[in-house]
Design a protein around this ligand. Structure first.
Ligand code: SF4
Ligand code: SF4
Length: 353
């Protein structure tokens, strides 16, 4: 699956801690006032020492990009987030940091901007609405604080994009938010259609003050806004969406062609996933799953053997099940998660405006 001859692009959950309680997030107990689900959240995090041990200067030369996001936490909630970003960008590793933007002081954001601006790293700020609507999804966040943090960061010259999930309750503010993003200095404004609504097309939850609430899908999709705004250059969009050219015969080219209908995104991007407890997985979908444990057992190993605190990251990536067991399983029609996530190509759709 992973290829040490190609540059790596890691996806890393720095922590499972977060200041917010987004109803649809895996960490959130939506019907319990959007509190953290204690059964899932362990308040764990990766440390600067973990990165110094595994992302040595020599290994960093093989790493093109590290994305901090996903999983059960917000990267900025990790105690040593700034120190880790400083360490990696000093090694010329490009970062993409995803956050709700609600944590930390203005001074912290200025220092963060200086670190990110060093090598073209960028921030993905997830703000789903304006002052009166953002906290309906980004529960417990303060819009004014987020905007002040963003302004302090952008004033350093560092790059940030504004990500906006479309809901019924915020769709009337898309144009205003896009204009605000431009005024403040965001590079792009990106609309997202979430795929997390089930058949009922409604998601019930309870706000922190005990008020029952419900999320509903927006009437227009992200693609509908292309026609409405006509601001994105079609050629630029097409170029951004086009997959990179892949060397013939490489593992990435094999992944792009697909095995038995599965096109593994982790393999195409050469992007392993590391969780806040140090576990190394193929991707955030399969991480900690029964399917993953089955493959580890087939490799004659245990879950703990895949932790960067147990053995070197480079050894783990070269080992089974990444070396061949995943691919063999797909050939034999196995891999329910892989088929669901990478078989049909059903993912959140995004549109840059
Ligand atoms: S900000 Fe991110 S990690 Fe935090 S609750 Fe929302 S989706 Fe989950
Ligand atoms: S779900 Fe399976 S096929 Fe998709 S990226 Fe993860 S490991 Fe690869």
């Amino acid at each position: 699956m992973f290829d040490s001859a190609r540059p790596y692009s890691f996806h890393i959950e720095l922590t499972d801690k977060c200041n917010s309680g987004c109803p649809m997030c895996g960490r959130t107990d939506a019907m319990n006032r959007c509190r953290a689900n204690e059964a899932k959240v362990r308040k764990i995090e990766l440390t600067l020492a973990d990165f110094e041990a595994q992302f040595t200067p020599a290994f960093c030369r093989q790493v093109e990009e590290v994305q901090f996001g996903g999983g059960l936490g917000d990267a900025l909630a990790a105690s040593e987030c700034l120190e880790i970003c400083d360490y990696l960008t000093a090694q010329s590793v490009r970062l993409v940091v995803s956050t709700n933007g609600g944590l930390r002081s203005l001074d912290w954001w200025r220092r963060f901007g200086a670190v990110m601006g060093r090598n073209g790293s960028h921030l993905e700020l997830h703000v789903d609405g304006l002052r009166d609507t953002n906290a309906l999804y980004r529960v417990n966040t303060d819009f004014d604080k987020i905007m002040a943090n963003a302004a302090a960061y952008l004033a350093t010259g560092a790059v940030a994009d504004w990500y906006y999930i479309l809901f019924r309750h915020n769709e009337h503010q898309v144009e205003e938010a896009r204009d605000l993003a431009r005024d403040i200095g965001f590079r792009h404004f990106v609309l997202i259609d979430t795929i997390r609504f089930g058949a009922s097309r409604r998601f019930d939850y309870v706000l922190p003050d005990g008020t029952p609430a419900a999320l509903e899908p927006a009437r227009l999709s992200a693609a509908d806004y292309r026609a409405r705004f006509r601001t994105a250059s079609e050629a630029e969009e097409a170029a951004a969406a086009a997959p990179p050219a892949l060397p013939a015969g490489s593992k990435a080219a094999q992944a792009a062609a697909g095995i038995n209908g599965i096109r593994c995104k982790a393999q195409m991007l050469n992007r392993p996933y590391i969780t806040a407890d140090g576990n190394v997985s193929a991707c955030c979908w399969i991480d900690h799953s029964e399917e993953e444990r089955g493959l580890q057992a087939a490799a004659g190993r245990q879950f703990a053997d895949y932790n960067i605190r147990s053995r070197p990251l480079e050894d783990i990536l070269r080992d089974e099940p990444f070396a061949g067991l995943f691919q063999r399983g797909w050939q034999q029609g196995e891999g329910a998660i892989c088929r669901r996530k990478c078989g049909e190509g059903v993912r959140n759709k995004r549109l840059r405006l």
